[in-house]
Design a binder for this molecule. Structure first.
Ligand code: ADP
Ligand code: MG
Length: 605
């Protein structure tokens, strides 16, 4: 075929493919336009999963009659003029592509009236060409109807999923905008049925109840600064803060799930940057890292987090769908997210409580139980937080032992009553009976002691009377090569001896009572497996933390070991000193509470 310049229509159809991938993309662009137009209420109606119809009605500024055609021209926008404007974009749209793209591949009708006009406009476009125009009575605002999407793009039609799937995409999208803009009244009607609505009362928590249901919402913790919620200017859904709003700082706020509430996938981690829903693997990872050692392996938290920073520090022009951004100071944003979430988790996470699967107790809310719960203060929270830093950030975080500040909540005072099944310590506390898993609790203690040692704190290293030769398998020797230095910092002095044999000269004191040979080889075996029993982020963890998590298993008191009362008391005293006494480093609980309230209920008292 000879080279030819494509007709405008074909060029538009091709370009539209970048912006409009599926019906949900249409909904997204129209919602964004409504928000940019200052809407306080947006009504979305879809039919046939959005293929047959997407209609979005808003009460925003409307489009002046003489600009209506222009709105559908490619690269036509009221939001940006020069390339410099891109550095301080405070609207969701700026590319001037969405309406042109939608119009190229569907039948579009717009009905609109601007504030200053008495009569509105109705315009009908088919495959990008104006088919009809007439004056129209319309309340202030804009209603755009998109019918027969992809009618002239057979290639795209083939890739569309079932109506149900497209409906789900649209539902997810609408609920996300509802969470990002709690002050916006959003409603979604699907094939004549109202499937979602938000009240627009400004409370993100109320939106969470609408989206996830009361029970899950109650299992979420508020994080971050309340003050940041003051972002929206002039009471409407102003998309993005202005530059001076957040000069040089990163604000993070929202809700995250308690460690006992989790999901099988990451899809419930929702992130907004300056009011824009984005997909960002790095920030998603930051959220997950904040749950480091608090979640079971392969489980993921729920989170709805709003990040706000000066628009100058965000490049929004990365992708035609505007769902990715680039940060000028990526690490700063990453750390702000991780720290905010971690602080909330460490400070507020409860001891799991025994309760029946159903019945009134199970329905009791988080706040009711708050008094029962145990947390640690900000100093320790920060310490725990520093364990985990972004992968590839160079500087590896270190645990800094810190004395808890005055007046902090600690573990309750526990009185040891005895041991059960040579596995659990039975203790009495102010709220009831605690069962403490001796192995998990000891793991937590040793884990933090090992990391404290690496951070330069005093932890006793035990020199062996005589260097102990240990013969390694080739795989173990290989693994040792990469871990020699972290092991040494932890207190394991290991030297090459010849062949695959090494000499162990010292061990961390916390491991001195175990078989050194066995401890070293099993640590190396486990490290060699790569994926250890840590949460799924394990591979990317700070290597020191990973080593400690593997090593603490070896040193910890096993289940099946009889403990004297003073040993149990000592263990609980040590557990109290840790930053996260409620979970072991692998995410399992160290203790459960059988509260008096529960007992009374069970006994019918
Ligand atoms: P962009 O949003 O990037 O500017 P669009 O193609 O989405 O590009 O929209 C083009 C223009 O049409 C916008 O800049 C805006 O001026 C106008 N517009 C679109 N939708 C609306 C709406 N719902 N209310 C008011 N004006 C709108
Ligand atoms: Mg737009």
């Amino acid at each position: 075929m000879p080279i030819r310049i494509l007709s405008e229509q074909v060029a538009n159809q091709i370009a539209a493919g970048e912006v409009i991938e599926r019906p949900a993309s249409v909904v997204k662009e129209l919602i964004e336009n409504a928000i940019d137009a200052g809407a306080t209420a947006i009504h979305i109606e879809i039919r046939g999963g959005g293929r047959r119809l997407v209609r979005v009605a808003d009460d925003g500024s409307g489009i002046p009659a003489e600009e209506v055609e222009l709105a559908f021209a490619r690269h036509a926008t009221s939001k940006l003029q020069t390339i410099d404007d891109l550095t301080h974009i405070t609207t969701l749209g700026f590319r001037g592509e969405a309406l042109a793209s939608v119009a190229a591949i569907a039948h579009v009708t717009v009905q609109t009236r601007a504030e200053s006009e008495e009569v509105g406009t109705r315009l009908r476009l088919e495959a990008g060409r104006v088919a009809r125009r007439e004056p129209l009575g319309h309340p202030r605002g804009t209603t755009i109807s998109v019918e027969n999407l992809f009618f002239n793009v057979p290639a795209r039609q083939k890739f569309l999923r079932s109506e149900a799937t497209e409906r789900k995409h649209i539902g997810d999208l609408v609920t996300r905008y509802a969470m990002a803009y709690p002050q916006l009244r959003l409603a979604l009607e699907s094939d004549g049925r109202l499937s979602f609505r938000s009240s627009g009362n400004g409370s993100l928590y109320d939106v969470l109840i609408e989206v996830y249901g009361l029970e899950t919402a109650q299992a979420m913790l508020a994080v971050g600064e309340e003050t940041a919620k003051a972002v929206p200017a002039n009471g409407t859904a102003q998309a993005v803060p202005t530059n001076d709003h957040y000069a040089g700082t990163v604000s993070v706020w929202g809700y995250v799930s308690r460690p006992d509430t989790h999901r099988a996938t990451r899809e419930h981690i929702t992130l907004f940057v300056n009011g824009r829903w984005i997909q960002d693997r790095g920030l998603t990872f930051a959220v997950e890292q904040a749950y480091h050692t608090l979640l079971p392996a392969d489980r993921h938290p729920l989170a709805v987090l709003c990040v706000a920073l000066s628009p100058e520090q965000v490049d929004v022009n990365v992708h035609p769908t505007k769902s990715e951004v680039k940060f000028q100071h990526r690490d700063q944003v990453f750390r702000a997210v991780q720290r905010t979430v971690r602080q909330a988790l460490v400070a507020q996470a409860p001891i799991p409580e025994v309760r029946r699967a159903a019945g009134p107790w199970a329905e009791q809310g988080w706040s009711d139980r708050h008094g029962v719960l145990v947390g640690v203060g900000a100093g320790a929270a920060q310490a725990a937080l520093d364990l985990a830093r972004p992968a590839g950030d160079g500087a590896i975080g270190r645990w800094q032992p810190q004395a808890p500040a005055e007046g902090q909540e600690r573990l309750p005072v526990l009185r040891v009553l005895g041991q059960l099944a040579q596995t659990y310590i039975i203790a009495e506390g102010p709220e009831g009976m605690y069962l403490i898993d001796q192995h998990a609790a000891h793991e937590r203690v040793i884990y933090e002691q090992l990391l404290a040692r690496q951070a330069g704190a005093a932890l006793v290293v035990q020199d062996l009377l005589e260097p102990l030769p240990v013969e390694l398998t080739p795989a173990q020797a290989d693994e040792l090569g990469t871990w020699l230095e972290p092991l040494r910092e932890m207190g394991f002095q290991v030297e090459a001896f010849g062949g695959h044999t090494v000499l162990v000269r010292s061990v961390p004191a916390v491991l001195s009572r175990v078989d050194v040979r066995q401890a070293l080889t099993s640590i190396l075996d486990e490290l060699a497996q790569g994926e250890d029993a840590l949460p799924s982020t394990g591979r990317l963890l700070d290597p020191d933390a990973r080593l400690a998590a593997v090593a603490c298993k070896r040193g910890a008191t096993k289940a099946g070991q009889t403990l004297a009362v003073d040993e149990m008391q000592a263990l609980i005293a040590q557990l109290e000193q840790t930053a996260a006494p409620r979970t072991c480093p692998h995410g399992r609980p160290t203790m459960i509470l059988l509260s008096q309230a529960w007992m009374q209920r069970e006994f019918g008292r």
